[in-house]
Design a protein around this ligand. Structure first.
Ligand SMILES: [Ca+2]
Ligand SMILES: [Ca+2]
Length: 99
């Protein structure tokens, strides 16, 4: 009986040690930072921004956003500073996080 109990305890320790070695905490954080770097102005999104910016003033206002129903739906959350216009940065940020 005592031998079986000892084996189970040893197995539990091995499993715990295995889990800690398999998922290092630093790796996840590093991947997240790489992800943020990569969403820095993808060319396709920049091109789409300029297509939506019909009057070419460098921001997408509400009337311009109406040409895209999915953008219009995301406008409120995409407009981070609440000025009712989407800057290129706000647009890319919203489109990148939408995926
Ligand atoms: Ca505009
Ligand atoms: Ca804004």
């Amino acid at each position: 009986m005592s031998i079986t109990k000892g084996l189970m305890g040893a197995t539990a320790l091995v499993v715990l040690a295995g889990c800690q070695g398999y998922t290092p905490a630093g790796d996840g954080a590093g991947s997240f930072e790489r992800g943020r770097m990569e969403m820095d102005a993808p060319p396709a999104l920049v091109e789409r921004f300029h297509q939506l910016d019909a009057n070419d003033d460098g921001v997408i206002d509400v009337s311009e956003a109406r040409s895209s129903s999915d953008l219009m739906g995301a406008f409120g959350t995409a407009d981070l500073d609440g000025d009712r216009q989407l800057s290129l940065e706000e647009f890319i940020d919203s489109q990148s996080s939408a995926d």
